[in-house]
Design a protein around this ligand. Structure first.
Ligand code: FAD
Ligand code: PYC
Length: 404
């Protein structure tokens, strides 16, 4: 199996754009690359371009903290995310790449009775759907993850946790490399430094994209721009029920192995895992103001570190190495939007918000299906844009993992 950082051969094709493509995907993050890969692999559609304003994977793709799990609450979401987790379970072999996918278990701590009841409900819903989920009492948590402070004397004592043992982490930049290589090998053109600045229309139908590298004709267009989706929709003349916020994270310096699972606390706004290299990777709730700037506010960082020191006293000895942020696209129900847009031949894949890394495989899988068949994949029928008119929302705030 090849490894991203020992193999110097990343020769994905960066050609001049062709005059036109069957499908143009706007956005070269994980979901855009995954869509292109599945268009070529599952549907034999190879006359495809991924059009990226910067370099592949410059956005959320490599800014996220790589938590993978499928323990969502709603009947509409669980099959989608769990199919995604099953794709992860086969992806290293399929892409022939070491993604450092590691099913080390994801704990979600609770700190109030209300929160504990909610998480127990999710555990029950997961089990009824065939998704692995367990409820742990504080002593079990201590045994599973010794660095968690389960003392009843802290500000927000731990009242129990859900555990998904199949959950875990992967290496995000390796996933970008692997998908880019696989898509390129199947004939997809990966056009970097190619910003979409407008759309060419014939009536209500999109016929091409206007870019910083010229006009590119398109049979169909898929918008996969994560935090910038509202701007892209605006260029096409419609609006999306999405708000863009910074979401930040940090890493410590490299320390000895102290943590071999992922621990999340939605109430205290902190979650942590330890990268294979040794850094403690730590995230927070999202920032409370809108922005397209890829940096977060200091006050969030301060609360995140306070919470971490309370929950994991051992972290007093760690040093902060680096902080960063990405721009996440948040919908009113914390669920994605997948499928048709108000413009003919223009499809949208966005709104994964704070939780789209785990969905990288399934997002591309179902969106490629929609682009080819012009109807949603059966796993995605509940995630259309129309739900915001009909009111059939899929509220996943409780399972989002980070505070909204
Ligand atoms: P992006 O990588 O942002 O891709 C969008 C691309 O579109 C960008 O490359 C951008 O340059 C391009 N683009 C935009 N406008 C244009 C244009 N006009 N022309 C051409 N290209 C354009 N999810 C989890 O499941 N688990 C986690 O632990 C997790 N942690 C996170 C932590 C942080 C700090 C952040 C910021 C996010 C986190 N997420 C997590 C969410 C996850 O990263 C995103 O939901 C997911 O990466 C979004 O899909 P993407 O990779 O395609 O997005
Ligand atoms: O969706 O599991 C998640 C997540 C963890 C951190 C950010 N998002």
């Amino acid at each position: 199996m090849e490894h991203a950082f020992t193999n110097p051969e990343f020769l994905w094709r960066t050609p001049q754009p062709r005059a036109s493509y069957d499908v143009v995907i706007v956005g070269g993050g994980l979901h855009g690359l995954s869509t292109a890969y599945y268009l070529a692999k599952n549907h034999g559609i190879r006359n495809v371009a991924v059009v990226e304003r910067g370099w592949l994977g410059n956005g959320n793709a490599v800014r996220n903290t790589t938590v993978i799990r499928s323990n969502y609450l709603r009947a509409e979401s669980m099959p989608l995310y769990d199919f995604g987790l099953r794709l992860w379970e086969g992806w290293e072999a399929e892409l022939d790449y070491d993604l450092m996918f590691d099913q080390r278990g994801v704990l979600a701590l609770t700190h109030t009775k209300v929160e504990a009841n909610g998480v127990k409900r999710t555990v029950a819903a997961n089990r009824l759907t065939g998704i692995d989920a367990e409820w742990l009492e504080p002593d079990d948590i201590k045994a599973f993850c010794p660095i968690v402070n389960v003392s009843p004397d802290i500000r927000y004592p731990v009242m129990g946790a859900s555990l998904q043992r199949r959950g875990g982490i992967a290496r995000h930049d390796a996933v970008v490399f692997a998908l880019a290589r696989a898509a390129s090998a199947l004939g997809v053109d990966l056009l970097q430094g190619c910003e979409v600045t407008g759309f060419e229309m014939a009536g209500n139908r999109v016929t091409g994209v206007l870019t910083s590298r010229g006009r590119i004709g398109a049979g169909r267009v898929g918008l996969v721009g994560a935090g910038r989706s509202p701007l892209l929709a605006g260029l096409a003349g419609f609006s999306l029920p999405i708000q863009s916020y910074p979401l930040q994270a940090l890493v410590s310096d490299i320390v000895d192995p102290v943590l071999d699972c992922v621990v999340m606390s939605g109430t205290l706004h902190v979650y942590v895992s330890q990268a294979q290299k040794g850094e403690l990777v730590m995230g927070a709730g999202r920032d409370t103001y809108h922005s397209y700037a890829q940096r977060g506010s200091f006050q969030i960082l301060e609360h995140q570190i306070q919470a971490a020191l309370e929950l994991y006293p051992i972290m007093r000895r760690a040093h902060l190495l680096r902080t960063w942020a990405g721009i996440v696209d948040v919908t009113p129900d914390a669920s994605p939007i997948l499928g048709r847009s108000p413009v003919d031949a223009l499809y949208i894949n966005c709104g994964w918000g704070t939780g789209g890394f785990k969905a990288s495989p399934v997002s591309g899988y179902v969106f490629a299906h929609a682009l080819v068949h012009e109807v949603p994949h059966e796993l995605a029928t509940s995630f259309s844009l129309e739900r915001f008119e009909t009111g059939t929302l899929v509220d996943e705030h409780g399972a989002a993992g980070v505070a909204h």
